[in-house]
Design a protein around this ligand. Sequence first.
Ligand code: SF4
Length: 93
Amino acid sequence: MVILYSALVMGALGLGFGLFLAFSNEKFKVEVDPRIEQITKVLPGINCGACGYPGCEGYASAIVKKGDAIDKCLPGKKMGVIERIKEILEQNK
Ligand code: SF4
């Protein structure tokens, strides 16, 4: 009988915590602009800092949120990154 009660209590606790996590996930969800992820994917991913930001994701975020210039990635210039960033920004206007 002790095993049955223990299983029921543990099951109820698991269900309760699961529901709490599901609620928290929806309530505190942070909306992220999908363009940041798209631009991060086309950047070289070297995280060298030549653009003036600590990494490629920081630069992508600055382009989208602050309207920073799209030609600051020196390693990406020869790879056609500027044109691809332009396409992403124009597609999602
Ligand atoms: S210069 Fe280019 S590769 Fe270097 S951190 Fe900035 S976005 Fe990334």
